[in-house]
Design a protein around this ligand. Structure first.
Ligand code: XUL
Ligand code: CO
Length: 446
């Protein structure tokens, strides 16, 4: 393929587990049916344009190492924006996944005024429409970058200065409209700087009110313009701020309920953010599903020895199988999907490293999907869970939950009814074996 990735085929082929070609899928086959649904439609995979196309491979100690000509300091900003888009669409179509995601600032440069910035984004969106039409690629979600520019150093919606709130609100309005124009399936808000560095200068009560007002304005505008995608908040406990208000799924759910926003927002869960919050990713997915706020996933992994967001590509079938089990069991994604919010290591400076990283991550997800589907079909976990809670479906359990009994009446039931509970095994090890046996057996299914 002539273009930015000349050594890569126009479409990464499926080679199967025994393939020797590194640029081939071992497991991911878009058309393979899993529980009657195409693999592509189960996973709804997206490539993010920030780590993969708008980041030069810099870290806090060193400058960029990657070959990304459009990021050169002397490049003309709009010409560079178009070159970046050409390379990104070439990449995503060769990968053969259906979606991409981006922040406004990933694709279009800031101008000298708000109006010029909007004009830049509109021009890039027009070019994007052309690329989308040509390649058939779709937008999983759009989002506004409310954290890089110095104006947002003290937060966007939760900034002590109302002018910053206004600027951020205007920016989100534009990006929500752009996402709508491009047919985006969702709109994401990640509050990177909606939090604090120190409580010594922070009014928690006010900031909570500001954040809630901001989110109501966004929801209102979504309905005003007829955007049918979901609005999603992306929980993260810290980084860049010491503490972020959208700490985890449970915190977001409480916030939404407290501010009458339930039903308007769901969550976009990132694996590495779960790790930073001290949770497993499995936990975050299960909590969001049980609260009815599950939306989409940012696929990546952290490093268990590091306390920061390393955003590595996912490579653990074991861990992802458990998250996928929850998703498949709950009926799968509606508007969401798996977005690779993952980045290369700074030393991975070969252009094709971007392909190797995504291919590995996609195969890991595909295999985890097969395991999850197997677990759901076998039904052992579900059966055990149902039996474990069966007491609540009728008799005493139903009476307790139904609210018909007071504490004295419950005492009477214990005494007169001779209630004498007997502990039963939680069977954790047996259930862990069930999961592992499915992971081991999945190869044999072909
Ligand atoms: C940062 C992060 C963001 C959001 C989008 O940790 O995950 O890239 O996904 O702003
Ligand atoms: Co993310």
């Amino acid at each position: 393929m002539a273009g930015f990735f000349p050594d890569v085929p126009a479409r990464i082929p499926f080679g199967g587990l025994d393939a020797s070609e590194p640029l081939a899928y071992r497991v991911y086959e878009p058309d393979r049916l899993v529980r009657g649904v195409r693999m592509e439609d189960h996973l709804r995979i997206a490539v993010c344009l920030w780590h993969s196309f708008n980041w030069p491979g810099s870290d806090v100690f060193g400058t960029g190492t990657f070959d990304r000509p459009w990021l050169a300091a002397d490049a003309d900003p709009m010409a560079a924006a178009h070159d970046k888009l050409d390379a990104a669409f070439e990449f995503v179509s060769a990968l053969g996944v259906p979606f991409f995601t981006f922040h406004d600032r990933d694709v279009a440069p800031e101008g000298r005024s708000f109006a010029e910035t909007r004009a830049n984004l509109d021009a890039v969106a027009a070019a994007m429409e052309g690329h989308m039409e040509r390649t058939g690629l779709r937008l999983l979600w759009g989002t506004a970058n409310l954290f890089s520019h110095p104006r947002y150093a003290a937060g966007a919606a939760t900034n002590p200065d109302p002018e910053v709130f206004a600027y951020a609100a205007a920016q989100v309005k534009v990006m929500l409209e752009t996402t709508h124009r491009l047919g985006g399936a969702n709109y994401v808000l990640w509050g990177g700087r909606e939090g604090y560095e120190t409580l010594l200068n922070t009014d928690l009560g006010r900031e909570e009110q500001q954040f809630a007002r901001f989110l109501s304005l966004v929801a209102e505008h979504k309905h005003r313009i007829g955007f049918e995608g979901k609005l999603l908040l992306e929980p993260k406990p810290q980084e860049p701020t010491k503490h972020q208000y959208d700490y985890d799924s449970a915190t977001v759910d409480g916030f939404l309920l407290r501010h009458d926003l339930a039903g308007e927002y769901g969550v976009n869960l990132e694996a590495n953010h779960a790790t930073l919050a001290g949770h497993s990713f499995h936990h975050e997915v299960a909590v969001a599903i049980s609260r009815g706020i599950f939306g989409s996933i940012d696929a990546n992994r952290g490093d268990y020895q590091n306390g920061w967001d390393t955003d590595q590509f996912p490579n653990s079938v074991d861990e992802l199988s458990l998250a996928l089990y929850e998703i498949v069991r709950a009926g799968g994604f509606t508007t969401g999907g798996f977005n690779f919010d993952a980045k290369l290591r700074r030393q991975s400076m070969d252009r094709n490293d971007l392909f190797h990283a995504h291919i590995g991550g996609i195969d890991t997800l595909a295999r985890a999907l097969l395991v999850a589907a197997d677990l759901v079909e076998a039904g052992e976990l579900e059966q055990h869970r149902a039996e474990r809670y069966a007491g609540w479906d009728e008799g005493l359990g139903a009476d307790l939950l139904g609210g018909s009994l007071s504490l004295p009446e419950i005492e009477a039931r214990v005494v007169d009814g001779g209630i004498e509970p007997r502990p039963v095994s939680g069977a954790q090890e047996r259930l862990e074996n069930v999961v592992n046996q499915r992971i081991w057996a999945v190869d044999r299914k072909r």
